[in-house]
Write a protein of this length. Structure first.
Length: 597
């Protein structure tokens, strides 16, 4: 086996590959994929129709129904993302029927496809059984409340992975069709969320440029290499434009393109200023950082002085750390620090992978042959790193926990690949199939990944259950458009009360307007029209003219009902509502006001 093949080879210690019986080989080859599908269906199937975020329904589902009725985003209402998610869900509701369960089922399919794509890409780097590691991590970090929110990232992540897969195939077989397919996938990402599409498109261009730089005979690259990079970039761009071009053309014909661009230009800086959320402070991460450092130092001492005690030491330390995570109402600082540390996982991983690659190439970058060999051995992981960074950067400027969980799968894949390569390097260095050093590396990696799984379970699974290990979201909603959706008893009570008040004081042809974000869900749930261009009153990027237009409609008493949260502090709105509407009821701190005769 050549050096290149050895670097790319999976870790044979993690899984055997039967070859004597072709039928057994096929079964063994398919079984990890079957496990992936079964585990995904079981985990996602348990939660996909539980809980609902009314604010998200108001922002993503209600506008999709407006599209279904012939309205155009940006021209008829203001929306903060490119319209892919609206078109998709409008199509689902047109083919089936308007309902939250239909939307949830579509999202379930997308998440299962994303999981399968993650497995298939993992299988390119490691054996199929080891490819279950990022699957396990992804399912452990399921997400709470927003785990199945109808937001663009839940859909676009599938195409981020497909784009990465196309580039990996192109790196193996330099065919332009794979770059074209990669551009198509990234174009779909842009259609769902423009900022992520731009980031992923840039990652693809960087991969093309780095590949040609590494494979060229000279440095700086000569004309042939630059021409090849340009040619490949144009093919990639063509695929991108084949998706984005028709979207731009349609919006231009509908007189919505200029409004969309103008809104995005205003939305991005305002969002960065008002909704930015930084990474957790170093002080919060310090307990886990110090604990990890002291544990590693103690482990090295034991390895040097009493190596036979190292395995029991790793087991004991891992057990104590796991217990600290789940002891109720105790050692809270440890739990909080562990959760905060996860937000630093991706940046530290990216920095480590990049520094490792630079270190390996530091002395031979200016020599063509070592550069080519380096790319042959590390090109795939370089491509994966670029796409993982692009997916992760969606967090900024809002680096909060809910956004983090949605972009973790590519990071988990990169973590798995890098960890297994680290173990391979140790095995080669000490020239032992399963010696003390290899066993130590294996146990350390298993302990670290297991603790990462447990933190995910603690943060994103445990909150779904009460102290009797029953799911909190088990009360069915009785509203027609929410049939099949289960929420907590408290949430069901206020949602159904709001729906009752709306139905008792308005007809299906009437319009309503909600100043409260959760109340916007009832445009869809109660089947009432929003007469304004404003989807969320508190949405970032709304111009003064758009807000004034909505207020003018309320002042003219065009909406039959107005929903206002009691905590609203805008005096002008309260004066306007009090002058033109009467309060008819309330639920969940949201008051319902009926138009005066």
């Amino acid at each position: 086996m050549s050096k290149t093949e050895l670097v790319e080879a999976p870790v044979s210690d993690l899984a055997s590959r039967p070859t004597s019986d072709p039928r057994r080989f096929d079964l063994g080859k398919a079984l990890p994929l079957i496990i992936t599908l079964a585990a995904g269906a079981a985990c996602y199937g348990l939660f996909f129709n539980r809980d609902v975020s009314p604010s998200v329904v108001g922002y993503s589902v209600a506008p999709a129904e407006r599209v279904l009725h012939g309205e155009v985003p940006y021209r008829d209402f203001v929306y903060n993302y490119t319209p892919g998610i609206l078109w998709l869900n409008a199509l689902l509701m047109k083919v089936l029927h308007p309902g939250l369960l239909v939307i949830a089922a579509g999202l379930l399919v997308f998440k299962l496809c994303t999981l399968v794509s993650l497995f298939l890409i993992s299988s390119r780097f490691v054996c199929k059984w080891a490819a279950l590691i990022p699957i396990t991590l992804t399912l452990a970090w399921l997400g709470y409340r927003d785990g199945f929110a109808v937001v663009p990232t839940q859909y676009s992540l599938l195409f981020v992975l497909l784009g990465a897969a196309c580039f990996l195939r192109h790196n193996q077989r330099a065919r332009a069709t794979w770059l074209l397919a990669g551009g198509l996938a990234v174009g779909v990402v842009f259609t769902f969320k423009y900022n992520v599409g731009i980031l992923v498109f840039a990652a693809g261009l960087a991969a093309i440029l780095i590949k040609e730089t590494m494979e060229t005979d000279g440095l700086p690259p000569g004309t042939p290499a630059l021409l090849q990079a340009l040619k490949n970039s144009l093919v990639y761009l063509l695929g991108f434009l084949l998706v984005v071009g028709p979207v731009v053309f349609y919006l231009a014909r509908q007189h919505a393109l200029a409004a969309m661009i103008d809104h995005f230009l205003h939305h991005a800086p305002e969002y960065a200023g008002r909704r930015s959320a930084a990474l957790p402070s170093v002080r919060r991460v310090l307990p886990v950082a110090l604990g990890s450092l002291s544990t590693i130092v103690a482990g090295l001492v034991i390895y040097r002085k009493a190596p036979r005690l190292l395995a029991p030491y790793i087991f004991v330390v891992s057990g104590l750390a796991a217990a600290a995570l789940f002891i109720p109402r105790r050692i809270f600082i440890v739990k909080e620090s562990a959760s905060a540390a996860i937000e630093y996982l991706a940046p530290l991983l990216f920095a480590t992978v990049i520094m490792t690659g630079v270190w390996q190439l530091r002395r031979s970058f200016w020599i063509a042959e070592p550069r080519r060999k380096w790319w042959q051995a590390n090109g795939n992981i370089a491509i994966l790193t670029l796409f993982s960074i692009a997916a992760y950067l969606e967090l900024y400027p809002r680096a909060d926990y809910f956004h983090l969980i949605r972009v973790l799968p590519p990071t988990f894949l990169l973590l798995t690949v890098f960890t297994i390569r680290w173990m391979q390097a140790i095995r080669r260095r000490f020239d032992s199939r399963l010696g003390q050093s290899t066993l130590t590396a294996l146990l350390s990696a298993a302990a670290g990944l297991s603790l990462l799984v447990l933190v995910g379970v603690k943060d994103t699974w445990q909150p779904h259950f009460d102290r009797f290990l029953q799911l909190k979201e088990r009360t069915p909603l009785s509203m027609e458009r929410a049939q099949g959706i289960l929420v907590s008893h408290k949430e069901a009570a206020w949602m159904e009360e709001i729906d009752r008040l709306i139905n008792a004081n308005s007809a299906g042809t009437d319009s309503i307007f909600s100043f409260a974000q959760p109340g916007t869900a009832f445009y869809f749930l109660s089947d009432r029209k929003n007469p304004t261009r404003v989807v969320w009153w508190r949405a970032v990027g709304l111009s003064k003219e758009e807000r004034e237009s909505a207020l003018r409609l309320v002042e003219e008493r065009q909406p039959k009902l107005v929903l206002v949260r009691d905590s609203l502090k805008d005096r002008r709105i309260w004066e306007m509502v009090d002058a033109n509407y009467d309060r008819v009821g309330e639920a969940g701190s949201i008051g319902v006001y009926d138009r005066r005769p």
